[in-house]
Write a protein that binds this ligand. Sequence first.
Ligand SMILES: Cc1cc2nc3c(=O)[nH]c(=O)nc-3n(C[C@H](O)[C@H](O)[C@H](O)COP(=O)(O)OP(=O)(O)OC[C@H]3O[C@@H](n4cnc5c(N)ncnc54)[C@H](O)[C@@H]3O)c2cc1C
Length: 456
Amino acid sequence: MDKIAEEAKKIVGEGYVVSDPRILEPYLYDKTEPHVRPKPAREVILIKPGSVEEVSEIVKLAYSEGVAVFPRGGGTGLAGGAIPTKPGIILSLERLNKLSIDRENMVADAEAGVTLGRLIEESEKFGLYFPPHPGDEGAQIGGLIACNAGGSRALRHGSMRSSVLGMQVVLPNGELVNVGNKTIKNNMASNFLHLFIGSEGSLGIIVRSFLRLYPKPMHSATILVPYGNVEKAVDSAMKMLWAGYVPLSLELVDSRSMKRTAEYLGLGWKYGEGEAFLMVVVSEPNKDMLYAEIEGVSAILSEGASGEPILAERKEEQDEILKIRSEIYSAYEKNLFEGLDVSVPIGEAIRFIDSLKKIEEKYGVKFPIVAHLGDGTFHPDILMDSLDREKLIKVREEVYEAAVYLGGSITGEHGIGYTRKPYADKYMDDGLKRLMIAVKRAIDERGIMNPEKFIP
Ligand SMILES: Cc1cc2nc3c(=O)[nH]c(=O)nc-3n(C[C@H](O)[C@H](O)[C@H](O)COP(=O)(O)OP(=O)(O)OC[C@H]3O[C@@H](n4cnc5c(N)ncnc54)[C@H](O)[C@@H]3O)c2cc1C
């Protein structure tokens, strides 16, 4: 690696090639739970290019030497995707952070290292907003695209895939390719855009992207509805969807998780009683539309509810509820074996919850019920409790089996990365596996790009 480090210094400058283990340490991990993440290789160097051209030069160097490249964004991934599992280069995109907002076309032109938090902030200055919102705003645009990240607003706006119009990618041989542009429709080539989105760093380095923005909805409200049990909550939610309402987000949470998180955050719980809650965010361009939606949604959701819906309209109140919801993961983090993100077709949600209950009984575990219900993604996190590792792995496997049995997926949003590769191998169609391997070989014939991850 010494030779690579010396050559890299000529490209990016002395200060941006790091081999000091103390500085490297935080780059060896992502947010994957310590119990399940892979052991990082130590024979790695960290390189921080400052431009697209420098990324390309570094990748050319890695290609010519046959050295592994591990692309790294904000390191918030939950599947070990950014962890270097063999000797090579950790390629951090953090210095590629140019961002401009094209208000007229409602498009953000963002380099890979721009954080989600900054994109949200800058867009708002122009009266625009970026809908995808996975939980950690320290995630970078390159990482979000590479993982096809989701979050709670996918019900109305889809996951990252629906927000990327175009991008620039540095291929594993260092060549820079433009895929797509700022247009919403573009049929000029095969759809490579969607091949790179969600490819988890296995096919190249995303260096720049054109992202679709929307006018910021001027009026929003959060409706919290309590239910006697989760099944009743799901039933009401389905009735609301069938009636044609598509709120910004539709979340299902059990009261134990919400109260525990409120306590963890030092906030009192003042949002009513019930076993489970539906949390519905509605947002519209004007007040009349908003109130019509609140009225329609509340009427349907009240039917099976165990108490009155709570309507939060003031920003501070809405922010508090959303904060409690988005910090559930952190509240459980210390006691977490592994956070799961399985997805099922939305009509199977009740059957999936039933399967979870059976697994709970069989193994003596208790899953938090936390779901982006609107798109069928569940986070039945596996808590440590007093179980041994072997049993916890069995719990994971039964959750996967239940989701797949119902026509779902072992991962709705966090991705395969390293931790889910054996299960992707198990559940993926054989023909699809062959296609993925063929595409990988065609684009990355030396196999240097994020090896040991994602590809069957
Ligand atoms: C508290 C918390 C809540 C979360 N909630 C959600 C959620 O609701 N929904 C959701 O989808 N995710 C969620 N996540 C997961 C995570 O934020 C996303 O997976 C995010 O997309 C990772 O982005 P990153 O920049 O941190 O990528 P990293 O972790 O750095 O990398 C992730 C993967 O992308 C690759 N990669 C990174 N940058 C590039 C690039 N420029 N080019 C090519 N490949 C690249 C890496 O090699 C790796 O395989 C959550 C994470 C946390 C910690």
